[in-house]
Design a binder for this molecule. Structure first.
Ligand code: FAD
Ligand code: NDP
Length: 426
């Protein structure tokens, strides 16, 4: 049993949705394109799962956040894929791939062959078991990667109103879920190993601002330690979290956000890997010329930094998806992928954006007592990174543009004095 397509996108997440729209814009024919996804629904904007989806009132629900609404694009419902002759193979996991034969084998036993494969398998959440702690299967321990996880989190949250939650991990999931739990009237304690939240991006000064804000909303922080075990009741529900520092936290639920691993397993030994992802060139093409990779799973050359990076953010998924389709359909008209890294988050009434790289000296500006504030990173005499909390659309555009241009910075104190004005004037 088998089917054959010109193009197959493996994975049905953010990157797949944006690639499908680009294929249609560039004129894919009926029956040429197939998307295979383990998830039972058409591609959607994953960022909604830790934000609008968790709101206690008028929460976001599908079909409202199918791709590509997150970038003000068309909303692609299953009907849209049908109308454009795109085969959506949902609820189907691919269990093996053979890049020499150009075939994929699904768990249902179907062989799907391709001329060109785009790998968009994203990543999976790391489990506590990988750090030697058991209990991930308990009914009140929640992870958050896909829609099924989000539905589960909502159900557990609704059964805990007025109660306590422990959030493990001080990264994106930890920070966004902690805010959502508070909004759902749950008392939150965050536990993470670093000295401050968002350790890989924020400086301690920036992190202090957000931690103080969270404290003002009642969040308690326990830093510099990790979970060592859970206590369970007779039904297998977690009742307390034991920390390595010897303390015990009684809890009604646990949310875990301790990082991800890219889904590369099907291609190990077949394609070159780097930085935990599938290594691709500036055309997003892997070590096999018929196979491309985009989104969280791809390690691609970031021209601006002159090195290969793997980025776990939605803007990179969207733009690499558009680029890969352009490069496949119109190779002679399409240059190399030239991407400016962009990360953002929204929590409570706060909202920040970051562009570029967080290396070198840091210069702060603005009002950290509640107004807009920001920071620049300067390395080897050039602006390489920009952060802004509470900016306007125009201000965010200005820091993005300035960071992309990497202007020279001779005097850090002058940069501090000019603040946001520096980016606006570039
Ligand atoms: P994914 O969207 O993860 O899609 C991968 C797809 O591949 C999934 O559908 C998966 O089921 C499927 N798949 C994997 N293996 C197989 C297989 N063997 N067979 C079939 N199907 C398979 N980024 C931001 O920049 N800003 C945000 O605010 C933000 N919020 C986020 C909130 C949450 C809760 C999460 C989990 C992530 C968030 N991100 C955010 C990150 C962003 O969502 C990812 O960078 C983006 O989804 C990556 O897109 P992708 O298509 O590469 O992977
Ligand atoms: P992150 O990598 O952002 O953060 C993981 C956090 O968990 C880090 O603080 C990490 O510390 C900590 N940690 C690692 N191991 C342990 C442990 N054993 N016990 C306690 N803490 C631990 O990953 P997330 O899980 O938060 O997010 C998953 C993915 O979702 C990421 O790709 C992220 O980009 C994406 N996402 C993005 C959002 C956004 O861009 N706004 C929003 C939500 C998710 P250390 O750094 O020391 O390893």
């Amino acid at each position: 049993m088998g089917r054959a397509f010109v193009y197959v996108i493996l994975g049905g997440g953010v990157a797949a949705g944006y690639a499908a729209l680009e294929f249609v814009k560039r004129g894919v024919s009926q029956g040429e394109l197939c998307i295979i996804s383990e998830e039972p629904v058409a591609p959607y904007e994953r960022p909604a799962l830790s934000k609008g989806f968790l709101l206690p009132e008028a929460p976001a629900r599908l079909p409202a956040f199918h791709t590509c609404v997150g970038a003000n694009g068309e909303r692609l419902t299953p009907k849209w894929y049908k109308e454009h002759g795109i085969e959506l193979v949902l609820g189907t996991r691919v269990k093996s791939a053979d890049v020499k034969r150009k075939t994929l084998l699904t768990v249902a036993g179907e062989t799907i062959s391709y001329k060109i494969l785009i790998i968009a398998t994203g990543a999976r959440a790391l489990k506590l078991e990988e750090f030697g702690v058991s209990g991930s299967d308990a009914e009140n321990v929640c992870y958050l990667r896909d829609l099924a996880d989000a539905n589960r989190l909502v159900n557990v949250m609704q059964s805990c109103t007025g109660g306590n939650a422990v959030v493990i991990g001080g990264g994106y999931i930890g920070m966004e879920c902690a805010a959502s739990l508070v909004i759902n009237k749950i008392n939150v304690t965050m536990v993470f190993p670093e000295a401050h939240c968002m350790g890989r991006l924020f400086t301690s000064k920036i992190a202090n601002f957000y931690e103080d804000y969270y404290r003002s909303k009642g969040v308690n922080f326990i830093k510099g330690t990790v979970l060592s075990s859970f206590d369970f009741d007779s039904n297998g529900k977690v009742t307390a979290v034991n920390l390595r520092d010897g303390s015990k936290l009684s809890t009604d639920m646990v949310v875990v956000g301790i990082g991800i691993r890219p889904n590369t397993g099907l291609f190990e030994g077949q394609l070159t890997l780097e930085k935990g992802g599938i290594k691709v060139n500036g055309r997003l093409q892997s070590s096999n010329s018929s196979v491309y990779a985009i989104g969280d799973v791809a390690a691609f050359p970031v021209k601006l930094f002159g090195e290969t990076r793997r980025l776990e953010h939605v803007d990179s998924a969207r733009k690499s998806a558009r680029h890969v389709v352009a490069t496949i359909v119109e190779p002679e008209k399409t240059g190399e992928f030239d991407y400016l890294p962009f990360f953002y988050s929204r929590v409570f009434s706060l909202s920040w954006q970051f562009y570029g790289d967080n290396v070198g000296d840091v210069v702060y500006y603005g009002d950290m007592s509640g107004g807009a504030f920001g920071a620049y990173w300067v390395s080897k005499g050039q602006l390489v990174g920009s952060f802004l909390e509470g900016g306007t659309k125009e201000e965010y555009e200005a820091i993005a543009k300035a960071t992309k241009l990497k202007p020279e910075v001779e005097d850090l104190s002058e940069l501090e004095r000019q603040g946001l004005g520096f980016a606006v004037a570039v």
